[in-house]
Ligand binder design. Sequence first.
Ligand SMILES: Cc1cc2nc3c(=O)[nH]c(=O)nc-3n(C[C@H](O)[C@H](O)[C@H](O)COP(=O)(O)O)c2cc1C
Length: 318
Amino acid sequence: MIKGSDLSNQDERLAVEFCGMKFSTPQVLLSGCVGFGEEYTRIEGFSNRDVGAICLKGTTGTARPGNAPHRVTETPAGMINAIGLQNPGAPYVVDKILPTLDFEETRFIANVSGSTVEEYIEVTRLFDASPIDAIEINISCPNVKEGGVAFGNDPEMSARVVEACRAATSKPLITKLSPNQTDIAENARRCIDAGTDAFAVINTLMGMAIDIEQRTPIIGNNQGGLSGPAIKPVALLKTHQVYQVCKGHNIPIIGQGGITSAEDAIEFMIAGASAVGIGTALFYDPLICPKINAGLVEYMERHGMSEIAQLTGTLVLN
Ligand SMILES: Cc1cc2nc3c(=O)[nH]c(=O)nc-3n(C[C@H](O)[C@H](O)[C@H](O)COP(=O)(O)O)c2cc1C
């Protein structure tokens, strides 16, 4: 039986199979945008059951305090963040936070980061021995001084991290790719050879905002990751490029970057995504997910589709 097949509160036509897991809808709440799964539960009307999965905040071997403020700033059609992977450390997350999550509501995915390959292995092992449903490795975080982006921008290093984490877990392994690199398709190819089960495409793009009175960067870290609708066209192209590499290998993609509507989600699925991530949109509309679900159902009915998975990779190039 596929794990999660008892989660039947959503329209069955929205369910997708992702690395052997059943997501009740293709929507995934993205890492860093919902804390450790508890952050939005205080909002009236919000339900974890509206989404197929939730990615937890990036987690490292030991606790990290994160960067000095300001950590976020709004930009036209998006935001820049440099949180700096603030988190309480993997042992705390596994021992104290995971037992508080309701695994009956949705699937939970850990988001693993590290400064060294050894740290990635250590954190992956801890989550492997936990009830978490899947493990996403963030080799693309632009906001820490070492590790993160350095791994993600070099196919050789990316493959090393994937290979090491693959050996440390038998859970589904999702590799989160960086858009800040020359050839994302080549990186994806190397990660498939190294044993990844799936991809998340894309993480944030590097950006900067300047306070013209002070003549200083607004973000304490000077630079940060740009997310939101501003990056959607870039994210769509990268999803399409990675899908070209994945489609012969049965490797699914969580497409993400600027999704704020059912129409956006549909575009990502047509480009090749099996699931879609919602991040920045939650900051201004925490109740967006049921609206996206309704829009997906409406589209399926209009196009005579019996299941949403039929959309994936249906792009017809000119
Ligand atoms: C405030 C903030 C914190 C984030 N933290 C993480 C993180 O810890 N790990 C990670 O892999 N991605 C992190 N991200 C990236 C998102 O998960 C997502 O990939 C990106 O924002 C693109 O999607 P969006 O445009 O829908 O937000 C963060 C994004 C934001 C806005």
